[in-house]
Design a protein around this ligand. Sequence first.
Ligand SMILES: Cc1cc2nc3c(=O)[nH]c(=O)nc-3n(C[C@H](O)[C@H](O)[C@H](O)COP(=O)(O)O)c2cc1C
Length: 391
Amino acid sequence: MSLASPNVVNVKDLRRLARRRLPDAVFDYLDGAADDEVTLRDSEQAYKEVLFKPRFAVATPACDLSVTVLGHKLDLPFLLGPIGYSRLMHPRGELAASKAAGHHGTAYILSTMSGHTIEDVKAESAGPTFYQLYLAGGRGAAEGAIARVKAAGYKALFVTIDTPVAGNRERDVRNGMRQLMSPNWFHRIPYIPNILKHPRWLAGYMLDGMSRPFPNIVVPGSGPLAAIDVGAALQAAQVSWTDLKWIRQLWSGPIVIKGVMTADDARRSVDEGAQGIVVSTHAGRQLDGVAGSLRVLPGIVEAVKGKTEILFDGGIRRGADVVRAKALGADAVLLGRGYAYGLAAAGDAGIERAIEIFRADIIRTLTLLGCPSIGQIDSSYVAMRPGFRVD
Ligand SMILES: Cc1cc2nc3c(=O)[nH]c(=O)nc-3n(C[C@H](O)[C@H](O)[C@H](O)COP(=O)(O)O)c2cc1C
């Protein structure tokens, strides 16, 4: 399978290859969102309502894509965001993402719901690595993870606040995602015909030891959390602003609040001492019916720009989307599915291809706009269609 053009020209092509390689349960886990997927669709639609205003006939010789995030100079304006169960998509999972981020001079954010260890993931990259924290498994498990993250040299904690309970992802229910996780083969029987249609994925999954407990959620007294317990574990360990004070006692490095969708929560994050926020709907996978994250970005930027770093994600499928988010005031963005489709399609090589596509797109877009660097893009290069903004 070739990842080169014309077989793979854009991220949609990587999605098509991922769909072919993965069983329905895993593909829909990656691709799907909550309830009616209104937010998922609006996240992608919102980019179409931000129009460019180019400046032609201005020479822009070399295009500088670097940004600084939490004191780290990155060669690209996007980071690779936390994607739970990456190891289910491909045995290399988080290792591949960390390696590709380091190779391209950007940062990787490891999910709590990861299949490879904190230490192994860090060893794949010389670049900055950050850790996304859920309290799944309780404070004891989080305390252990924070100690390991610190010892391994991670540079920041991203505390996700938008998941007090797992969202209602109906595709997962229909496809038997939970049953696939179950160590009991009997539970998987109804889903086996579909799994057998994807022998390349199945061979990799079996050789990789199949359903494993989470190596980074180690519950004191009972060991690593079983993959199947996750929904219940998240619900039993909802994060609140009070927890942030407790986390602060264990972690002196930067804390970023992930899942901010209102100016009020952005201001609260600043008041609580967050060095950064991620404006995010969690890919539309939690509360369906919130606006696409791009629509709330201008209001949040007005509220907290200069007081905390503003990261952004949701629906980014093209380099031009990265440029739009930067133009509306984001300091940098996170890719989610944009790179995970590549991972699911072809492991390391698929992520490499995704990054190449984004990089080339961003350079071309900036050049066509007449803007010499990503640092110089601002709202004067774009116009929002009437009714775009949500405050
Ligand atoms: C399959 C999948 C798993 C995810 N797992 C996590 C997670 O474990 N922790 C987290 O904070 N966000 C998680 N996210 C959200 C992403 O970090 C990011 O916010 C989102 O994917 C961005 O939207 P996009 O996929 O449309 O680019 C996940 C997203 C997807 C698609």
